[in-house]
Design a protein around this ligand. Sequence first.
Ligand SMILES: Cc1cc2nc3c(=O)[nH]c(=O)nc-3n(C[C@H](O)[C@H](O)[C@H](O)COP(=O)(O)OP(=O)(O)OC[C@H]3O[C@@H](n4cnc5c(N)ncnc54)[C@H](O)[C@@H]3O)c2cc1C
Length: 287
Amino acid sequence: MISAQFDYVRANTLDEALTLLAQNEDAKILAGGHSLIPAMKLRLAQPPLLVDIGRLKDLSYIREEGDQIRIGAMTTHYQIESSDLLKKICPLLPECAGHIGDVQVRNKGTIGGSVAHSDPAGDWPAAIIALNAEMIAASQNGERAIKADDFFVELMTTALEPGEILREVRIAKPAGRTGQAYVKMHHPASGFAVVGVAASLTIDGDGKCQNASIGITGVSSKAYRAATVEVALTGRALDEQALADAASHAADGVDINGDLFASEDYRRHLAEVYTKRAIQAAASRVK
Ligand SMILES: Cc1cc2nc3c(=O)[nH]c(=O)nc-3n(C[C@H](O)[C@H](O)[C@H](O)COP(=O)(O)OP(=O)(O)OC[C@H]3O[C@@H](n4cnc5c(N)ncnc54)[C@H](O)[C@@H]3O)c2cc1C
């Protein structure tokens, strides 16, 4: 299909983009375009103005700063997938990126666009939650940090306010004996997550789980923290029984999506199976 008519401006600076957003309430940011353009072609989105931030190179970076990792919103999935720095200090990020779409999608799609889009089957939100990331939102009034747990509000709805642009994603560098993993059941047609589970585990000197952080996508209308799973793991040795017990809580308290491909019961089952796999994989990677 062909999109509705719209105006287009390419921003040369972040300030210019913020000014255009402030002046045009219904304008939309165009990043990689790999979610917005399909939505416009289906007329699910009909923004009167697109503000293209695709040329803002200073929003594209991966940096280690003190005890933090900082990733610019325009950093592509491929840049994250192929980052040697991230492979070393936070391997969950490249692993998650590698599961997204195909090479073309990963070359154009951005972490900022994915996180701001909050697709219920998108991969990044699960990792963002498991890593307790902070989203830095910029507007004409300055900047604010939004915690992962507060960021994903509802189906394709985030805590970003009108006039705000997601500028950066910040993640605390994993400390201690930590292992991470992202596992996913790909939808055979779209490649999106039927279920995707990100896990980050820290193990203490006795081999017990000191801290568990689990984010799940694909199961519900938005990605969520599997808080009951985290509680069930904390303080326990990660034997087969502990893993099975914990994973059985993967969809606790969640309204599960059912569709032609995966019924509610099947998705619940997948959530449990993939949560167990993510915990097992993360535990096996603890150094
Ligand atoms: C064939 C195909 C397969 C795909 N498979 C997967 C998959 O397996 N897993 C997956 O997770 N994704 C998948 N995607 C989606 C892909 O990852 C997109 O790139 C991503 O969801 C959006 O990023 P983008 O940079 O393209 O954003 P855009 O499409 O440009 O924007 C998406 C939305 O976010 C807003 N936005 C963008 N950047 C910002 C910002 N910095 N601040 C505020 N708002 C912003 C836009 O206004 C728009 O509403 C697929 C896409 C395609 C076309």
